[in-house]
Design a protein around this ligand. Sequence first.
Ligand code: NAD
Length: 288
Amino acid sequence: MTNITVVGAGIMGRGIAYTAAISGYNVRLQDISSNSLQAAARDLQNMAQRSTERHFITLEQQQLVQNIAYTDSLEQAVLNSDLVIEAVVERMDVKSQIFNELDQLCDAHTILATNTSALSPTEIGAQTKRPDKVIAMHFFNPVHKMKLIEIIRGLDTSDETVRIVQDVARRMGKESVEVNEFPGFVTSRMNVLIGNEAMNMLMEGVASAEDIDRALKLGLNHPMGPFEMGDLVGLDTRLRTLEYLHKTLGEKYRPSPLLVKYVKAGRLGRKTGRGVYTYEEDEQHANS
Ligand code: NAD
């Protein structure tokens, strides 16, 4: 396992590419948007530079980040790839299309992983002729700091595939948990409920956003407040997960009308400079 391709150069794709590179993998990062690719290259160089100055990574690791290849061609991106990790928008139609293409473009041995927050790896695997090599690797944001990867096998995922991605997780310095397939797995299912309830409280005027965040941090010992977390994740991504869980698990996941309103207004969180809170340019990049 030496070559990793990351598909999608947004918040998560950047974090996964960075973490894979400093763990010694050869990394290619693909996106259909040249803006995303340019921003990713800039972000990752800056992050590697700062992390080297602070002695979080070595000069050699900084060089490995500089070696990441960026491309908008999926065909070039997956050449000789051993593992592809998909991190594009949380939509089944988009992910299905990509896995169908990946199946045709990749070598027979290549494992195809999705970083979905909630969707079914079985359904994604069914778009391919290699469902035994399709699996979900659910990373957390910011990837280089967060210790966990949730590993979710689809109905036909092989033990060998699970073992290989567990090894990759270990080499990236992560702990993994194996979760049975169910919408939202463990973490997203729990986390969106807290975030959604906080939105409803804000809408009802129970307290200010700052005080709701402070209450959960100081009273319940959460490391981040639910609005800080929602703005970091992206409110659009959060809304898509809730919509899916509402459809599959029922009423308690109905998205808060206030969350829907923020997304309609384009207030998506740090990545757009404004979500529940407002961010300066240098605060926008989750991975900094
Ligand atoms: P994002 O909006 O920051 O980035 C998505 C990227 O995918 C964009 O750069 C976009 O141009 C690209 N893209 C869209 N269609 C594409 C295609 N057909 N081919 C290649 N690239 C394409 O999203 P994100 O927050 O990085 O989320 C990505 C995935 O990770 C989603 O499935 C999300 O649910 C999951 N996830 C997100 C978080 C989080 O905290 N944001 C955490 C865990 C998992």
